[in-house]
Design a protein around this ligand. Structure first.
Ligand SMILES: CC(C)(COP(=O)(O)OP(=O)(O)OC[C@H]1O[C@@H](n2cnc3c(N)ncnc32)[C@H](O)[C@@H]1OP(=O)(O)O)[C@@H](O)C(=O)NCCC(=O)NCCSC(=O)C[C@](C)(O)C(=O)O
Ligand SMILES: [Mg+2]
Length: 349
């Protein structure tokens, strides 16, 4: 691995200096848009003010014969909407690094939209070597085209090997902004027997012992993704980048979508993907801390101004550790309030 000083060295002469701290951005939902569909792309101007990030998707869900149109649509989109003025992130998901498309995509995106694209999402990342490659490629292209700040990288965690290497992926470059759990490819990669895109499965349960009277035995559905979330969140938190939940494919089940997003939120994730307009509000509500929780967290901070000691609040013990938990909650709420007037009012900032 690189030396401490070498980690932040620009990888190409003339490339912008790498980020030392990630830009502080609210990213509760990453809204996926198929940029080759003019009809959908034409709506982005009205959708953008309602989301934190718009992602132009070039990979899965874009037909092989529409990859060129999706790339052209992405460049057009980057010019049609002033995402910076709206305070909305513009991300692009490129095709995977062994695909015939990614090289032209990265070269075109940096040349034609380098200063307008905030994050490039890389699918099927298997290990740090994938990040080293794209990091070097981007630095050379940014130097060539005079891009003024580094484009960040976001990895999708969607293969068994990627999960095995997630800690090294998270720490592979100062460009790393975050990692998303990709449940569909990951299920296929692990040979899990489910065709669902995220969420639980009625067959994944634990069951009571047999009853002497032969009565029915209670069983409870378990979370298929808990281990993966925990591994991803630890890797991201340790390296100061952000963990996300990816897609929830049951568009027709907003209740299960909310539950999957809430599991991710409670486990430490910063946001999730919205595949459909109906999922935007779900992600916004779930990944904005509950105003009652924020109010309680404020009471903890007030009870221990210097963050040390012990206090009882409504019968619950508070100490240095819960002060830190409360600070996480209040800092997140403050960041959201700065961007979202509705939540600024709800949080009382
Ligand atoms: C699912 C689909 C086909 C249903 O699209 P639809 O048109 O059939 O749905 P609808 O309910 O009829 O649409 C209602 C209205 O919303 C519009 N609309 C619909 N979707 C969007 C959107 N995203 N953004 C903006 N507008 C949208 C749509 O055009 C329509 O407009 P209209 O009323 O004027 O006719 C559509 O929502 C879509 O294409 N969503 C994106 C799917 C996608 O990007 N999938 C890939 C990410 S998941 C993945 O890759 C896995 C992963 C990580 O790799 C791994 O786990 O392995
Ligand atoms: Mg995938």
């Amino acid at each position: 691995m690189k030396t401490a000083r070498g980690f932040f060295k620009p990888l190409a002469i003339g490339a912008p200096a790498p980020w030392r701290e990630l830009p502080a951005r609210v990213e509760r939902m990453i809204h996926f848009v198929p940029p080759h569909l003019d009809k959908v792309r034409a709506k982005v101007g009205e959708i953008a003010p309602t989301v934190d990030v718009i992602l132009a998707n070039l990979e899965d869900a874009i037909p092989a014969d529409a990859k060129g149109a999706a790339l052209a649509g992405t460049i057009a989109l980057s010019r049609e909407v002033d995402f910076k003025a709206l305070g909305v992130g513009l991300w692009v998901r490129i095709n995977c690094l062994n695909s015939p498309w990614h090289l032209d995509e990265v070269a075109t995106l940096v040349e034609k939209a380098g200063d307008r694209i905030d994050v490039i999402m890389v699918p099927k990342v298997e290990g740090p070597w994938d990040i080293f490659y794209i990091d070097q490629l981007l630095a050379s292209l940014e130097a060539k085209h005079g891009v003024t700040r580094p484009i960040l990288l976001h990895a999708i965690l969607e293969t068994a090997e990627g999960v095995m290497n997630v800690e090294q992926i998270a720490g592979a470059s100062p460009r790393m902004q975050g990692i998303s759990l990709g449940p569909a490819d990951l299920a296929a990669s692990r040979a899990m027997k489910t065709t669902r895109v995220g969420g639980g499965h009625p067959g994944y349960r634990v069951i009571e012992d047999p009853h002497a009277d032969g009565s029915a035995r209670a069983s409870v559905q378990q979370d298929l993704w808990h281990y993966t979330f925990a591994k991803m969140v630890d890797a991201c938190a340790a390296h100061g980048i952000k963990p996300f939940y990816g897609p929830f494919g049951a568009i027709d089940d907003p209740v299960a979508c909310e539950q999957q997003f809430r599991n991710a939120f409670l486990m430490g994730c910063a946001g999730a993907w919205s595949l459909h307009p109906s999922q935007i509000a779900i992600a916004k509500q779930v990944f904005s801390p509950d105003p009652a929780e924020v109010a309680f967290a404020k009471r903890i901070l007030e009870a221990m101004p210097d963050g040390s000691g012990v206090a009882m609040i409504d019968g619950k013990m508070q100490d240095d550790a819960t002060w830190k938990q409360a600070k996480v909650m209040v800092d997140c709420a403050r960041q959201i309030a700065a961007k979202d007037a509705e939540y600024a009012a709800l949080y009382g900032f």
